[in-house]
Design a protein around this ligand. Structure first.
Ligand code: 16G
Ligand code: MG
Length: 548
């Protein structure tokens, strides 16, 4: 057990002075205006080195990205050895370290972590780094590397990657040479693995028409372009919104978030009723699909629709393979459309769990099933196969040619899916597999169920921290009395459902509402919005005119 070299820390820390701001490591790591992040990222480098030492030198990943946020923002997230998000209890350490007011406080905090968590500072530390296309990423990587230097951690900079590629490479490095080896630890290894599995899955099937893919002018564009040669003629994709040379265009009027929240096509994508379209977000860990009906109405196929499609397909495959001892379950959040939950429970007969917002919660819950399908409505999600399910799938032989084909598909499916985290590339291949195998248009896929109209409203409040929820964010316990008032309003609406939660990424409270018709939904959302705004005079700024 050594102690840290304080002089070295001070010299490096002097290059990264802390501004007056207070920082929080939230659902998506640290995320804010890039010019505030230098000290935070330096200190996150120290934390990453500590995490790796704590785990005996296992490789920790660092992704510098602000996902779907505007170009001027940036952020940082740490990735644990199996490619999952940083363990929850370390988020508080990240927050505390980023807010230390002086080098002395920082040193004290590091020493307190070292002793309470029994970290052996003489252990090696290994960290890998990726970043999206934001120009601010270059300097932020340097700040992070300075943090690593405080504890002599070894680092490898992988340059520009999608977030899921960084998760994948982290897991590959930590499993190399073991029976759980996840693949070659490089972007090329990732492309090869996914493409080989996809080709198996669509082998002998008639190819679909080209997919039109909006990459939000982000990292998904150059990376999917890089991927295309590996896919060869197995998939035809027309990439749009691929201008990464004009950073201000990143996520501007495009991308999964723009499409999902506005329920409209991105700027820069011309659609006809024959087209099948999809949008990534700025770091390619989210995807939504959409198409146009014959009467030109925009139709969204969001994360809920992808979860329904994937669950349906996997259940059928498991049956066809004769291994229906494997139980499939689906994990959603309160934002899942009520009609999707009904479809999963009543038509597919699968168990459905509801957890709080944020990928780590869904991922964790999905691990409880043999095969856990998890998606947020916003398009974050994937499928996880338990070790025992994989064992069954890989040891099954099948007593008929049809069973053998289904087993082969299941194996390839477990390879095409990035099980470390939701991955827009891999989810795209999952959807394209199913549509190709079934020869379905997006319209046929969409017929599984009809979404209830829904609406999201933001309420700017004085202090969102006073809003406390339980029951997977579906009920407010504080401020006291507000939930009763919400319930009384919801009761008046046919198929009405509404909940209120503080955002984890923006300084607002979010209201979700759904009801039988569009106009009832809008009214419900605006009534609840008004209620929250007025409750104990919580609202901040002018009261929105649409609030009732
Ligand atoms: C973050 C989460 C996402 C969640 C969103 C909610 C990850 C990787 N990302 O982007 O899953 O849907 O926050 O934002 O966990 P909100 O708290 O502002 O509604
Ligand atoms: Mg993202």
């Amino acid at each position: 057990m050594a102690s840290i070299n304080v002089e070295n820390l001070s010299a490096l820390s002097a290059k990264h002075p802390k501004p007056a701001n207070t920082f929080t490591y939230g659902t998506a790591g640290f995320r804010m205006k890039a010019d505030l992040l230098d000290s935070v990222i330096f200190r996150t480098g120290i934390l990453a080195a500590l995490r790796s030492k704590k785990l005996d030198g296992k490789v920790i990943g660092c992704m510098i990205t602000a996902s779907h946020n505007p170009a001027a923002d940036n952020g940082v997230k740490l990735v644990d050895p199996m490619g999952e998000m940083l363990e929850g209890s370390w988020e508080a350490h990240a927050t505390a370290l980023s807010n230390a007011q002086s080098d002395e406080q920082m040193v004290d905090y590091i020493h307190s972590m070292v002793s309470s968590l029994k970290i052996d500072l003489t252990k090696p530390a290994n960290v890998i780094i990726g970043r999206d296309t934001r120009p601010s990423g270059v300097d932020l990587v340097n700040a992070f590397v300075d943090g690593l230097k405080v504890l002599d951690a070894k680092s490898t900079d992988y340059g520009i990657l999608t977030t899921p590629q960084l998760h994948y490479i982290t897991r590959c490095l930590n499993t190399a040479g073991t029976p759980e080896a996840y693949g070659e630890p490089s972007a090329e290894g990732y492309y090869k693995k996914l493409a080989a599995a996809f080709k198996t899955l669509v082998d002998g099937k008639t190819r679909l028409s080209p997919l039109i893919l909006d990459c939000a002018n982000g990292v998904g564009a150059p990376k999917f372009q890089e991927f295309l040669p590996y896919l060869g003629d197995s998939l035809s994709v027309k990439i749009v919104n691929d201008d990464i040379d004009n950073p201000s265009k990143l996520n501007l009027n495009s991308g999964a978030d723009y499409v999902k929240t506005g329920q409209r096509a991105p700027v820069g994508l011309k659609m006809t009723p024959q087209d099948r379209c999809a949008s990534f977000d700025g770091d390619a860990d989210r995807i939504v699909y959409y198409y146009q009906d014959e009467d030109s109405t925009f139709k969204l196929l969001d994360g809920d629709k992808i979860a329904g499609l994937a669950a349906m397909f996997i259940i059928d495959l498991v049956k066809a393979a004769g291994i229906d001892s494997i139980k499939v379950g689906v994990v959603q959040t309160a934002y899942a459309n009520g009609a999707s939950t009904q479809y999963l429970r009543n038509t597919l007969n699968v168990p459905v769990s509801c957890v709080p917002t944020g990928v780590k919660h869904l991922h964790h819950e999905a691990l409880k099933y043999d095969v856990g399908v998890y998606f947020e409505a916003n398009g974050h999600g994937t499928v996880v196969f338990s070790p025992s399910a994989l064992k069954t799938i890989y040891s099954a032989e099948g007593s008929s040619p049809a069973q053998a084909v289904a087993i082969r598909s299941l194996r390839a499916l477990s390879e095409v899916i990035n099980q470390t985290v939701g991955d827009a590339f891999s989810d795209l291949l999952l959807v394209e597999t199913i549509l190709t195998q079934r020869q379905w248009t997006p319209k046929v896929w969409d017929q599984a169920y009809t979404d209830l109209p829904n609406r999201l409203v933001k309420v700017v409040v004085q202090d969102r921290s006073i809003f406390k929820t339980v029951d997977a964010e579906r009920k407010l316990v504080e401020p006291v009395g507000l939930q009763d008032a919400i319930d009384a309003i919801v009761l008046k609406f046919r198929d009405g459902r509404s909940f209120v939660r503080p955002s984890g990424t923006e300084d607002v409270v979010r209201v979700y509402a759904e009801a039988a018709t569009r106009s009832e939904t809008d009214e419900l959302a605006h009534r609840i919005g008004g209620l929250v705004f007025d409750f104990n005079s919580q609202g901040s700024g002018p009261r929105p005119r649409e609030f009732i």
